[in-house]
Every structure is written in C-alpha cells, then in structure tokens.
Ligand binder design. Structure first.
Ligand code: ATP
Ligand code: MG
Length: 314
C-alpha cells in the first residue's frame, strides 16, 4: 500500500470547559489532548490501515510523550518525530464562542515544533513515501515551510503525489513567505481539500463553480469541498459527486477536516471511486465531532464501517 507522510505542528490542545468561557480569567479546562492538524491527519490515516508517518518535533516532556504514544498506538510511523530536550511541546488553548466560532491561543513557533527539520530520520521516512499531505497551518515559520517544500520535491521527484488542505489559522500563519508558500503548494498538488471560504483564497472567481473550474484548469486532479454537517462535494475533470454528511451530535468540531482529509486521501491512494472515498471521509469527519478532543474521535476502519451501517458511534 502507498505510504503517506505529513510534516508540521505537534501540540497538545487544552480546551475551555464552558462555551463562551474567556481566557481573560481563570476557569475550568479539559485536556491535554494530543493534537496538531498533521498529527490528527496521520493518526486517522494510520487508523484506517494506511502506512503513514509524520515529520515534526516535540519536547522531552509528558505532552510530547502523549502525542508520540497516541500516534504509535494508532499505527503511525513516529520515527521522524524528533524529541528535543530544553524545549516544551507546542500547545493550543481553545475556547468556543456562543456563535460556534473558536478562539485559539497557540504556542507553536517558539515551542519544540519550531525546531522541525529534514534530519536523517525525516530523510529516511521520505525515502519510503509515495504521497505528501500538506496542511496550510503547518507553514508556521520559514523553517517549517522549507521542510514542507523539500518533502514535496522529494516525493514528486520519484513520481509521488501531493494533497493540500489550506486549513487556514491566521493566528499561526505569520511567516513572511506564507502566501507564496500556499500558492507554491497548490501548484504542485493533485488533491485540494478546502473548506468554506478557503476555496476563494486561490481563485479570482466569485462563485463556487467558477472557482472550481479555474483551479481544475490549473492542473489539480480533483477538488473536494468540505461542507461541515452537510458533507462534501468532489469535483474532477469529468464532473461532480456530492455526498451528504452523517447525522451525529456534534460536541467538538476540531479535527473533523483533518480526519475527513485523511480518509479521503487514504482511499484515493487505494484507487477507490470518489463516492466511496467520500462516504468513508464523511463518516470519519462525523465521528471526529462526536468526541471532545481532536484525536479522540479517530476510529479504526472496522468501527468506521460499522458506523456507516448502523449509525452507532459507540
Ligand atoms: P476543521 O475545523 O477540522 O478545520 P474543516 O473546516 O476543514 O474542519 P468541515 O467542513 O468543518 O472541515 O468538516 C469536515 C468534514 O467533517 C465534513 O465534510 C463532514 O464530512 C464532517 N463533519 C463536520 N462537522 C460535522 C457535523 N456536525 N456532523 C456531521 N459531519 C460533520
Ligand atoms: Mg480544516
């Protein structure tokens, strides 16, 4: 089976317990939960049985161990996660507002994650990789951009493929070259997985069809538009396939897009038809929102298939 790799931020997430809770005063918190968009993605892909590994860095601390142990338990290749003494693992504090929007306090660039590099272990992992998945949020520093771009070049040079989820988090994406890097990644991508307004960051078109047509003409193989509870729509040069979402009680939306993307890309790599890849991806996205914590709603393939049949999330 083809191996997929991602590179970027590895964090713990700590969540305000109450909706509307402010970080300007003390309050109850939940966590730590393992997190970081590329870590969630690689964890979900591995849980579905896809060979998958992550390039990144954590501190020599409990938060780092929590992440590595979780990824290992899910079946991911953790050989290219560097452990740095003297630097703490990255953190993301999140509070949900009453309008369902999220407010984050991130510490990524100045955490162990900021030390990400293409070291010997990362080079070895890339030597066995067939596909690179890029999260826009992973372009959080010049150094992180360099790691991602070199991973793309290495894998493309041997005929591999690339997927790209813009996953825009403005609080993180402050590197001077981030806009150019996003465009560079898109130009090399085979699969593009935007959600909401992210589609229009890369197109001058005003409507969805215009933007999709313009982006497909630039060389993408396919575009998958994530639409939250409504599901997703796949577009390629032959047409579109829509797939509705699964009805679940949403308790925490963080991680849905990453789990969805991991499932879609894993099944695309296996040669699944778009409708099948979308069905599994919608199921993984729906399951992700049923648990507090971005990786707590990752399930193995058998449980995802059972959920598709029964709707049971236990
Ligand atoms: P993220 O917040 O992780 O960045 P995103 O904005 O990238 O998410 P969404 O469209 O919110 O992506 O969610 C991705 C997928 O997860 C959806 O296409 C859908 O399949 C599933 N999903 C998300 N929210 C729900 C929900 N409330 N009910 C059912 N499925 C959902
Ligand atoms: Mg997203």
């Amino acid at each position: 089976m083809r191996k997929l790799v991602s590179a970027g931020e590895i964090l713990v997430e700590i969540m305000a317990e109450r909706i509307g809770q402010s970080f300007l005063e003390p309050g109850p918190l939940l966590g730590p939960y393992p997190s970081g968009a590329p870590a969630i993605f690689i964890g979900q892909a591995a849980a579905l049985g896809q060979p998958a590994g992550l390039i990144g860095a954590v501190g020599d601390d409990d938060f780092g161990r929590l992440n590595i142990e979780r990824l290992r338990a899910l079946g991911a290749d953790v050989s290219a996660i560097a452990v740095h003494k003297g630097h703490a693992t990255g953190t993301a504090f999140v509070t949900y507002r009453a309008d369902a929007s999220r407010h984050f306090v991130f510490n990524i660039r100045n955490s162990a994650s900021g030390l990400i590099e293409t070291d010997g272990a990362a080079t070895n992992l890339l030597a066995s990789a067939d596909h690179v998945h890029v999260m826009g949020s992973s372009l959080f520093s010049d150094r992180a951009v360099a790691v991602t771009l070199s991973a793309i070049e290495t894998v493309k040079a041997k005929g591999g493929t690339v997927s790209f989820d813009p996953n825009i988090r403005r609080e993180i994406m402050q590197a001077s070259g981030v806009r150019a890097a996003l465009d560079h990644v898109l130009a090399r991508a085979d699969i593009f997985l935007p959600s909401g307004e992210e589609l229009f960051l890369f197109s001058s078109a005003k409507d969805e069809k215009g933007a999709v047509d313009e982006l497909l003409a630039r060389g993408l193989s396919c575009i998958v538009l994530k639409k939250g509870a409504a599901g997703a729509v796949y577009h390629d040069h032959h047409g579109a396939v829509a797939s509705s979402g699964f009805a679940v009680d949403e308790v925490d939306p963080t991680g849905a897009g990453d789990c969805f993307g991991a499932a879609f890309v894993s099944f695309w790599l296996r040669g699944a038809a778009p409708a099948e890849a979308l069905r599994i991806a919608n199921a993984c996205g729906a399951l992700a929102v049923t648990r507090k914590g971005p990786m707590e709603g990752i399930f193995p393939l058998e449980a995802v298939e059972a959920f598709i049949v029964t709707g049971n999330t236990q």
